[in-house]
Design a protein around this ligand. Structure first.
Ligand SMILES: [Fe+2]
Length: 292
């Protein structure tokens, strides 16, 4: 069940970097990912990271490519899109908590959906496919499960999340709802994978991803950098601190923090109203509040 927004936060202390370093797993390819070890670490510590499948240089090139394809005029509102809209190339800008029927989860972020059957307008499809293969290995599914097609009623919601310089953020939450969705669809474990395209310290200086575990709050991007895959599960309390709040937001740019995600979403293209099982409530579709 969703976690109430007013749940007491744990004391915020920054864990020693060594704690973060100890949770980095090295791999050269999706097939070489040690799913058993990583799953055990996520069970123990609420998070882990995989380094080596994507390089910082590859992410720098990805950032250039995304910027080249970015069109700020494509921004859509935070709520109101049709259920199947995100199964096409689709971009939305969300500020505040509107559309979160089951939880109040304010954010300031842009989401750019780029499904793998759509035109590769950001040059990101190869990156998304490799990231989705890591997800499949962790979930003990066939390597290319539900990546380019809908399988078992699920598809890969390949997308970018942009947390703009000037305060981009999402408040602390768990991805508990989508966890239930994938569980219902026969996926043994839920994983949320974040591929960092930007690095704290170079692309932005303040804020970024945090998670809570063992009574501590981890400043994940004090250690994890562009090319690292950060892994949560449905129990991990996490969010994104304000990205460079000292900067004036310029929403016609992609300045700030950029990450790539490949969550499994339920195919609801035939549904008349929104499905509520999306983490971060990315999809609203204008469903009346009392229906979800
Ligand atoms: Fe989340």
């Amino acid at each position: 069940m969703p976690v109430p927004y007013d749940e007491e936060p744990v004391m915020t202390t920054t864990a020693p970097e060594s704690c973060l370093q100890a949770n980095v797993f090295h791999a050269r390819s999706p097939e070489s990912v040690d799913a058993g070890a990583i799953n055990a670490r996520v069970d123990r510590d609420a998070f882990a990271a995989v380094r080596g499948i994507f390089s910082p240089d590859e992410m720098a090139e990805a950032l250039r490519s995304v910027r080249a394809g970015f069109r700020p005029e494509l921004d859509q509102p935070a709520i109101g899109e049709a259920p199947a809209a995100v199964m096409r190339n689709f971009q939305k800008l969300a500020i505040g908590g509107a559309g979160n029927h089951w939880d109040y989860r304010p954010r300031f972020m842009r989401t750019i959906y780029n499904p793998l059957w759509e035109p590769d307008i950001y040059g990101m499809h190869a990156v998304f496919r490799r990231l989705a293969q890591v997800r499949n290995v962790l979930q003990q599914k066939p390597l290319n499960h539900a990546i380019d097609t809908i399988e078992d009623g699920l598809w890969t919601a390949a997308r970018l999340q942009h947390y703009p310089a000037g305060g981009g953020n999402i408040s602390r939450h768990r991805d508990a709802v989508i966890s239930t969705v994938t569980g219902d669809a026969g996926v043994a474990r839920f994983h949320q994978l974040l591929l960092l395209i930007t690095s704290k310290g170079s692309d932005f200086t303040e804020g970024g991803a945090f998670c809570e575990a063992g009574g501590q709050t981890y400043d994940l991007e004090s250690e994890f950098r562009a090319g690292d895959i950060v892994i949560y599960d449905g129990t991990t309390m996490h969010g994104c601190w304000d990205v460079d709040p000292h900067v004036t937001p310029r929403l016609d740019t992609l300045d700030g923090r950029l990450v790539a995600l490949v969550s499994l979403y339920k195919d609801m293209s035939a549904d008349a109203r929104a499905y509520e099982g999306y983490e971060d409530c990315d999809v609203d579709a204008g469903a009346p509040v009392d229906e979800v």
